[in-house]
Design a protein around this ligand. Structure first.
Ligand code: GLU
Length: 279
């Protein structure tokens, strides 16, 4: 089977060197394995993503000399696919509606998930069904959370995925520990899906065989492997690359105002220099 790689940026800011590294690595691996290279716009968070930023990302990637298959999958156009995946989990009561506000969860929980968000204390997990129906009928906004204990009981006693190393592409088996995420939000109140649900749905729909992304998403992979098992989707091979760090050791982040590729270009750095620096 032809290997399929993807670069999947969120257009909530312009790309920085860390993104460039990830995109170039995916494209280089696809070339090396004579595979396909896809670009996907992960723009479900309509509160932060814009079309102008998506256009900027395309400009940055083209400037780097990358090419990808068209059409680009734009997540905000595929709500039906995520709704179907959610419905499949709902039909088996693997998710439940949660009416809590962010603040309520924050106040009720001292423990943290791998992203540093409060681990859900289960407030809405066992509400009486009539109460849930009444609150939904009254139009109360709600997210959908994974019922982690039931989800774990529904899959094999231990979950695994295959991780591959660069260069020789040797593989090893990794045990996934999704329980660390607790009853994670699978569909947000405001956008009816989540990064986790959308990414596993799209990776499967696009036949992605190799997921290459930053080490900051390694913990999320555990949850993705669980969702794949629950939804009957294949689990791709994974490689989590090291993150490029800012001089002070901070993660390079758009949000921290780190220099973007557009900034580098504006001060006369060439794409060849960027590629040479990252290679
Ligand atoms: N959209 C995510 C990001 O920009 C990456 C998702 C992924 O590669 O799975 O951080």
């Amino acid at each position: 089977m032809t290997p399929v790689f993807r670069f999947a940026p969120s257009p909530n800011g312009r790309l920085h060197l860390g993104h460039a590294y990830s995109a170039l690595l995916n494209a280089a691996l696809a070339r090396r394995l004579q595979g396909r290279f896809l670009l996907r716009m992960e723009d479900i968070d309509t509160t932060r993503c814009t079309e102008a930023l998506a256009r900027g990302i395309i400009e940055d990637l083209a400037w780097l000399g990358l090419t990808w298959e068209e059409p680009v999958r734009v997540q905000s156009h595929h709500g039906d696919d995520y709704a179907r995946a959610l419905a499949s989990l709902q039909s088996r009561s693997l998710v439940y509606p949660c009416f809590c506000s962010r603040r309520e969860v924050e106040e009720a929980s001292a423990r943290r998930d791998p992203d540093g968000a409060p681990l859900y204390p289960g407030t809405c997990a066992y509400l009486a069904p009539e109460m849930v129906a009444a609150r939904i009928a009254a139009g109360e906004s709600h997210s959908w959370r994974l019922r982690m204990d039931k989800a774990l009981a529904a899959v094999a006693p231990s979950l695994h995925y295959r991780r591959f190393a660069l260069y020789a592409m040797e593989e090893e088996t990794v045990t996934a520990d999704p329980a660390r995420w607790g009853d994670a939000v699978i569909a947000r109140k405001d956008i009816a899906t989540s990064y986790h649900l959308s990414v596993v749905t799209d990776d499967a729909l696009q036949s992605v065989s190799h997921v290459v992304r930053g080490a900051d998403l390694e913990a999320a992979t555990c949850l993705h492997v669980l969702l794949q098992a629950l939804l009957g989707l294949p689990t791709p091979l994974y490689h989590h690359h090291a993150l490029l760090l800012a001089p002070e050791g901070d993660k390079l982040a758009k949000s921290k105002g780190g220099e973007t590729l557009a900034d580098l270009r504006a001060r006369g750095v060439s794409s060849g220099q960027v590629r040479a620096m990252l290679s």
